[in-house]
Design a protein around this ligand. Sequence first.
Ligand code: SAM
Ligand code: SF4
Length: 327
Amino acid sequence: MSVIDTYGRRINYLRLSITDRCNLRCTYCMPAEGIRKCSMSDVLSYEELHQITQSAVDIGVEKVRITGGEPLVRKGVVSFLTGLHRIPGLKKLVLTTNGLLLDEMADDLKLAGVESINISLDSMRPEVFSRITRLGDVNRVMAGIEAAERAGFRYLKINMVVMKGVNDEEVLDFAALTLEKPITVRFIEYMPTAREHDWQSLMIGGDELLSRISRRFSIQKVVNEALDGPAVNYRIKGAAGKVGFITPISRHFCHDCNRIRVTSSGAVKSCLFEEGTTNLRPYLAVGDVVGLREALRRVAGRKPLTHSFLAAGEADGCQFSMSQIGG
Ligand code: SAM
Ligand code: SF4
């Protein structure tokens, strides 16, 4: 059983944020002082998050991505993941992290049943990395990536948000990471989620990055597999890994978007840019599993055709922190 929305898209992917807390303050994601956090009582318990996942699988979700905030800062995350992995019908349990805690947690995540990990890394240069993240030490992320490889995560993905004049000089270095290792480096267009007035001067489209990379390397398009994300992927000739382009701004991928999102406080969204949300708490509070399932089905079924950021021709960006929704 699965949900087919009004526009014929099959909705089978849930992004589940398990915390709005983070150990970094990336400039494109939140202000320096951080965002107003949900009170602890607003954050769903692991039992509630498990119930939501179970209900999502009941209506046809096959892939769940755990995100945040930074998911690895939440205590007890490994046991929570072990429980999720046991849900019959869940085909893929995956995780997105900033990598700071991976060095110590990669083995446990593998044992818990996490199939693959996306690591956000916007620069390999220590000063640039700490400027973008405001707090981060890139060496810890690099150690985390190595630990994940040692733990047996063979197909790691590295996500780089590319910003003109900030880190775009490193695009070829990032592409070169795929030569020897079977990793996928994905270049993500910068999204104006925090209403930065200069966002257009920072944004570089996927097409420009593709042409920069193809001037340096010979590359070929790769066909995506089922449940792959929205990236358009290429392989540098002879390379072990792939490079991908995620272009929410220059070439949106709404036509085959298959995802819904649930925040750590129980709001479900059918689109990252959707303004309204549906609150799942009332169903959780009374143990109404049928109501929960139907609420998820309703939200999934009424996904907008395209995101409102584009529909409204919005030029100044919209106002939310990606850490509150999970990216
Ligand atoms: N803390 C984890 C991390 O950074 O990977 C998970 C949550 S983070 C919100 C999820 C993803 O959203 C990251 O890959 C991050 O780079 C991306 N992201 C956040 N703000 C963004 C923005 N304004 N434009 C593009 N991507 C953004
Ligand atoms: Fe934290 Fe991830 Fe947002 Fe950076 S992108 S501030 S690591 S939630």
